[in-house]
Design a protein around this ligand. Structure first.
Ligand code: PMP
Length: 435
């Protein structure tokens, strides 16, 4: 089966004349057979400019937790359009949203609003350094925290510093133009290794401002923390007065209304949130402890942004979060069941076709890998997967009418249901037979 993407191909050529690289975010260039141009989306489906329709598990790299064009989101945005989308003045939507966030996120005494996950992480790092008066930050191999100079270590796997590859004469892909100095305070450690963390913390505790972690390593393998790992991280950071930042840009409002930390019953000092929060409209934030967030009120840490907390973004976030909170958040059970059916189905099809592969799942997010490893529980094991084969799989799935991210991460929305699961598994069956 092949797919006609002539319009997308020709638009890409046109785009390249005006838009640097032809795509607005570098990651999008990797889609095969070509970066697709979208025409419109509805619920769990999206249509491209060539008229191909896909069941959508890309979901705009995560934000579309309510699927495409959800009526509640449209209503919220319409109100904003009528009132004015932004003022640069205060408005009550900001209070409503911040209040709601303090109610649903267990660690949130106060909230600050920004536009992207990258900005939220940038702010969280500044708050941590200002609060502790220290400079170093521990982050982990395989985690992604946006592309600011302060933390971006390579593209797309975020696993190297320039200094580590300099001897081989290589620059980590995508890091050109980034000052090596900007990363000198970053300590990169393997994740899920409590000894490595404890030893580093004990040795350098007086210079470490923060430890930043994804609660589940969603970006590379959907790898869960080992039992007790994050709890021990919490204990140690507390003991040494180090700020624990949980980057919940993916997991926030995805694994549950209270994010991963709500599910785990853990209180980091700060969390960063974004993606699903706005249902597809640009909004992000930092939430956390009052005394750390007070660095903003005191004016020690500037928190700036022309469009921070704008009416369109806060309306979108309020509409999305209220929709997710309906019926006691029952939509989370639904999303998880849909994802469970997909994961069970994909696993059985791996067996049926004798394809070595596995799926790591965190509720409505899961990572599909072609690998002979029995388990993928750390970044090294993740890196043994056959990424090229998966990229081919994604291309063949596209021809079947199923849109998945070429890297392996699938998102399920509140509006994906059994019809989509059935059609998707039929496609996986056919594609695995021909792979
Ligand atoms: N943190 C995490 C965990 C992410 O997955 C991402 C984006 N994939 C970011 C931060 C950066 O967010 P944004 O793309 O909105 O800047």
């Amino acid at each position: 089966m092949s797919i006609v993407v002539k319009q997308s191909e020709s638009l890409l050529s046109e785009s390249k004349k005006y838009l640097a690289g032809g795509v607005a975010s570098t990651l999008r260039a990797s889609m095969k057979p070509t970066p697709l141009f979208a025409e419109a989306g509805s619920g769990p489906r999206v249509r491209d400019v060539d008229g191909n329709e896909y069941i959508d598990y890309l979901l705009a790299y995560g934000p579309l937790i309510l699927g495409h064009a959800h009526p509640s989101l449209a209503e919220g945005l319409n109100d904003a359009l009528k009132r004015g989308v932004t003022f640069g003045l205060q408005h009550t939507g900001e209070i409503e949203l911040a209040k709601l966030l303090t109610e649903i996120l267990p660690c949130a005494d106060r909230v600050a609003l920004s536009g992207s996950g990258t900005e939220a992480v940038m702010l969280a790092l500044r708050l941590s350094r200002a609060y502790t008066g220290r400079t170093k930050v521990i982050r982990f191999h395989g985690h992604f925290h946006g592309w600011s100079d302060a933390i971006f270590t390579s593209f797309p796997s975020a696993d190297m510093k320039q200094s580590e590859t300099a001897s081989a004469g290589a620059v980590p892909p995508g890091t050109g133009g980034q000052s090596e100095n900007s990363l000198q305070d970053i300590i990169l450690l393997p994740w899920n290794d409590i000894d490595a963390l404890e030893e580093t913390l004990r040795r350098e505790k007086d210079s470490i401002a923060a430890v930043i972690t994804e609660p589940i390593m969603c970006n590379n393998g959907c790898i869960h923390p080992m039992p007790g790992y994050l709890e021990r991280m919490r204990e140690l950071t507390e003991e040494f007065g180090i700020v624990m930042i949980m980057d919940e840009v993916i997991t926030g409002f995805r694994l549950g209304l209270g994010g991963a930390h709500g599910k785990l019953g853990l209180k980091p000092d700060l969390v960063t949130i974004g993606k699903a929060m706005g249902g597809g409209i640009a909004i992000s934030g930092v939430a956390g402890k009052a005394d750390i967030m007070a660095m903003i009120e005191k004016g020690t840490v500037g928190h700036l942004g022309t469009l921070n907390g704008n009416v369109a973004a806060t309306s979108a976030a309020l509409a999305t979060l209220r929709e997710l909170a309906k019926d006691g958040g029952s939509v989370y059970g639904k999303m998880e069941r849909t994802a469970d059916l997909l994961v069970q189905g994909i696993n059985s099809l791996f067996e049926k076709h004798r394809v070595p592969g596995l799926v790591n799942q965190a509720g409505p997010v899961f990572h599909v890998m072609f690998t002979s490893e029995e388990k993928v529980e750390n970044f090294d094991a993740f890196n043994k997967r056959d990424a090229a084969k998966y990229s081919r799989f994604a291309e063949l799935m596209l021809a079947e009418g199923v849109l998945i991210r070429p890297s392996g991460l699938w998102y399920v929305s509140a509006v994906h249901g059994e019809d989509e699961v059935r059609a998707t598994l039929t496609s996986v069956d056919r594609v695995l037979a021909n792979l």
